[in-house]
Ligand binder design. Structure first.
Ligand code: ZN
Length: 160
């Protein structure tokens, strides 16, 4: 963890890192998406249960650095309960924010601003991006009607 991260943001990230949300495995799985970030060695496996068009539950198995783990935990916290389209929309906002685009973070999602600090450390941006990219591709495949047995595979090195 870098000392230059703003104190408040660092607290948010450390809190998620120490007690990652979404760590409890789920029984019913509608989609599985796996992601890796070769530049750091972070790996993530994400499973989601959908119910009536919403993300009912989400499990994240993350083996990676503090930033990738904290970012995945934030994802679990913010995406749970969202509709499929809202989940994709929010993940896309975070992805754009991390890539340096000017985006408006919705009021209810203040903590996500903490991830913005990561932009000051280019080498960590992909760590923070990993979970969101993995979720977006998984949800898109689900939306496209791919079978629940299909495992989406994502790399932060993938072209857009
Ligand atoms: Zn990392």
């Amino acid at each position: 963890m870098n000392d230059q991260l703003d104190d408040m943001y660092r607290e948010v990230i450390l809190d998620h890192y120490r007690a990652p949300r979404g760590s409890k495995p789920i029984e019913h799985i509608d989609l599985t998406s796996e992601g890796k970030n070769p530049s750091c060695g972070d790996e993530i496996a994400l499973t989601v249960a959908m119910d009536d068009g919403r993300v009912q539950d989400i499990h994240i198995d993350c083996h990676g650095c503090a930033i990738s783990t904290a970012s995945a935990s934030m994802l679990a916290e913010y995406i749970k309960g969202k509709t499929l389209d809202d989940a994709i929309r929010i993940a896309d906002i975070v992805k754009k924010m991390l890539k340096g685009e000017d985006v408006v973070i919705p009021d209810d999602y203040d903590d996500l601003e903490a991830l913005k600090g990561v932009r000051n450390f280019p080498v960590r941006i992909k760590c923070a991006l990993l979970a969101w990219m993995t979720l977006i591709e998984g949800l898109k495949n689900y939306k496209a009607g791919l079978d629940a047995k299909h495992v989406t595979s994502v790399s932060t090195e993938d072209k857009e």
